[in-house]
Design a protein around this ligand. Structure first.
Ligand SMILES: [Ca+2]
Ligand SMILES: [Ca+2]
Length: 269
């Protein structure tokens, strides 16, 4: 006999999950069984209820299950909502924990590897600052524009770069990650993840990146707080251009945010 609402069966509330793509299973609700409904499974943060992963599947026989990737390094909850011809009905919410993020010891805190990069090609004015390795290690941009800068990666319109810090940034009071941006104050959007393939969770969008460093005329920075995304720990960060300067209007070979370096704050000297 099915109940009036779907019932979470697995993972049970309080479970420690052991895979990056858990299978979520509910007992179907009466009237929302196979052939009568579809079920949307949502994984949400425990604080603001932000959806960080979801999947919709047709109702199974008596029970319905969905398997999908979920971010590590967060305290999460899940629920399923059945949608049928008579309306919709949601399950209770069950708390669960994902596997811990695999982190190397925190050394100097600078980005160690590039795991993904996308740069737009603007034919009228191609980007000449296009070496992803320039975002690794300590900030070091310099030189003179427009043709003789060095040490940064220009993202261009909607460009992005994802770095592996190898160590983990963990949420402590105040900001936890610093992005160093050269030449101007172009804004960036930053996402965090516990695995290289994500899912990535938004920390902050469209943040102006222009805080000055004493005595440095080239490089500036902006800070990000894991708490903004309810992320407890993260190893991978995706930095997306938020200047959105149109590719077809490109007038310099360094359009968009110019990423010089990325660092975990509170790392050693
Ligand atoms: Ca923090
Ligand atoms: Ca650099």
């Amino acid at each position: 006999m099915l109940g009036a609402a779907p019932v979470p069966l697995s993972p049970v509330s309080g479970a420690q999950v052991t895979t990056d793509s858990p299978t979520f299973t509910v007992q179907n609700a009466q009237g929302f069984d196979m052939g009568q409904a579809q079920y949307t499974f949502e994984v949400v943060t425990q604080g603001k209820g932000t959806v960080v992963a979801s999947m919709t599947v047709p109702a199974g026989l008596t029970t319905t299950a969905a398997t999908f990737a979920v971010p590590r390094g967060m305290n999460l909850a899940w629920r399923a909502t059945a949608q049928g011809s008579t309306g919709q009905v949601a399950s209770a919410t069950a708390l669960f924990r994902m596997p811990a993020v695999a982190c190397l010891p925190l050394g100097d805190g600078w980005a160690k590897a590039v795991v993904n990069v996308f740069l737009p090609f603007c034919p009228q004015m191609p980007n000449i600052y296009n070496d992803p390795a320039d975002v690794l290690g300590p900030y070091d941009a310099g030189g003179f524009g427009p043709l003789n800068f060095f040490g940064f990666l220009s993202l261009g319109e909607e460009g992005h770069v994802t770095v592996d810090m190898e160590a983990c940034a963990t949420d402590a009071a105040g900001p936890d990650l610093r992005v160093f941006q050269a030449v101007g104050s172009e804004p960036v959007t930053v996402y965090a993840a516990g695995t290289a393939t994500g899912p990535f969770v938004l920390l902050e969008a469209d943040k102006r990146c222009g805080e000055r460093i004493n005595g440095n005329q080239t490089t500036r920075y902006c800070d990000f707080d894991l708490a903004a995304g309810e992320v407890q720990e993260a190893r991978y960060f995706k930095i997306v251009d938020a200047e959105r300067f149109p590719c077809e209007d490109a007038g310099t070979p360094s359009e968009g945010a110019d990423i010089d370096a990325v660092r975990i704050l509170r790392a050693g000297p």
